[in-house]
Design a protein around this ligand. Structure first.
Ligand code: NAD
Length: 291
């Protein structure tokens, strides 16, 4: 069988998968591929699936399957799996470091120094200790962020439409989280329910000066509303790893104040890429064993 690696993985992955079939990294092999392995870059949409008549198995190395047309794949008897267990710590460390960067104004301190400025008086920091962090979605990644927030002396609260109890957070309604949190960390999947949930109306329910960290999906927020709230000061800060369009060319966020950005690198730690490769080999092995 042909295994198509459509995105970038560890250098040793092709060799490890050769035990199960012919491995290609050329999209030209799509017509022959029985397994396609992707990260978030390659979109497995209808058009792609229609060009892959032998396709039976799609592996998403990572969590979000919003880049794959799962219902269409399933209608064609193609199984879609992800590797949700791999990336939690990698994304959580980025989310938490973004919270620290907002509180300690690290990016402003660094860029002003490099411009030859000495902003000792202007750059007043705040502390995370004693502040409340509110999670929207308390799944695998949020859990890891919550553990780190507790170690910093933060109060941890959360809303999750599908989770009633948590051993790391005090669960409450979305309205209560909006009203109480000094930091809001977003950790839901992108679905019809979560698309655009952070908008002018929801921001109006939050504390004045709240800081939002978004490492889940860009479309969970309305970028124009978040940029306007940053400009008016209603939002005290916004840190993001993910965007409506990637890269976010022309996004109003890029010129908004008190914002910190990363180019969708939440899962891109050396350690996680090794874990992803292990998970992918495992998924292919199980698939091959069932054939
Ligand atoms: P997870 O499935 O463990 O947790 C998601 C949580 O969101 C679940 O507890 C679920 O009940 C909750 N949820 C679903 N719909 C909701 C709603 N309408 N309101 C409130 N909560 C809701 O997933 P995870 O591993 O924690 O990952 C979360 C998301 O992070 C992924 O779906 C993906 O979009 C994103 N992600 C980003 C990166 C990155 O590189 N920045 C990497 C991995 C994952």
């Amino acid at each position: 069988m042909v295994i198509l690696l459509a995105d970038a993985f560890t250098a040793d992955l092709p060799k490890r998968l050769e035990a199960f079939g012919t491995v290609s990294q050329d999209l030209g092999a799509l017509g022959e591929a029985e397994i396609i392995v992707v990260r978030s870059k390659t979109k497995v949409d209808k058009a792609m699936i229609d060009k892959a008549p032998k396709l039976r198995f799609v592996i998403r190395g990572g969590v979000g399957v919003d880049t794959i047309d799962v219902p269409y794949a399933e209608s064609k008897n193609i199984t879609v799996v992800n590797t949700p267990e791999a990336s939690s710590v990698a994304v959580a460390e980025l989310a938490f470091s973004m919270m620290i960067a907002l509180a300690s104004r690290i990016t402003e301190a660094d860029s002003s120094m490099k411009q030859g400025k000495w902003m000792k008086k202007e750059l007043e920091r705040t502390e995370l200790m004693g502040k409340t962090v509110g999670f929207v979605g308390i799944g695998r990644i949020a859990r890891e962020v919550a553990v780190r927030a507790k170690a910093f002396g933060m109060k941890v609260i959360a809303y999750d439409k599908y989770v009633e109890k948590s051993d790391v957070a005090e669960m409450m309604s979305l309205e209560q989280v909006y009203a109480q949190a000094d930091y809001i960390s977003l950790h839901t999947p992108l679905t019809d329910e979560t698309r655009g949930m952070i908008n002018a109306a929801s921001i109006a329910k939050m504390k004045q000066g709240v800081r939002i960290v978004n490492t889940c999906r860009g479309q969970v927020i309305v970028e124009t509303d978040v940029a306007a709230a940053l400009k008016s000061g209603t939002l005290g800060g916004y840190a993001a790893d993910v965007y409506d369009k990637e890269p976010p060319e022309g996004s109003p966020l890029l010129s908004a104040p008190n914002a910190v950005f990363a180019p969708h690198i939440g899962a891109s730690t050396e350690e996680n890429l090794v874990r992803l490769a292990d998970c992918i080999v495992d998924r292919v092995k199980n698939y091959a064993a069932k054939k």
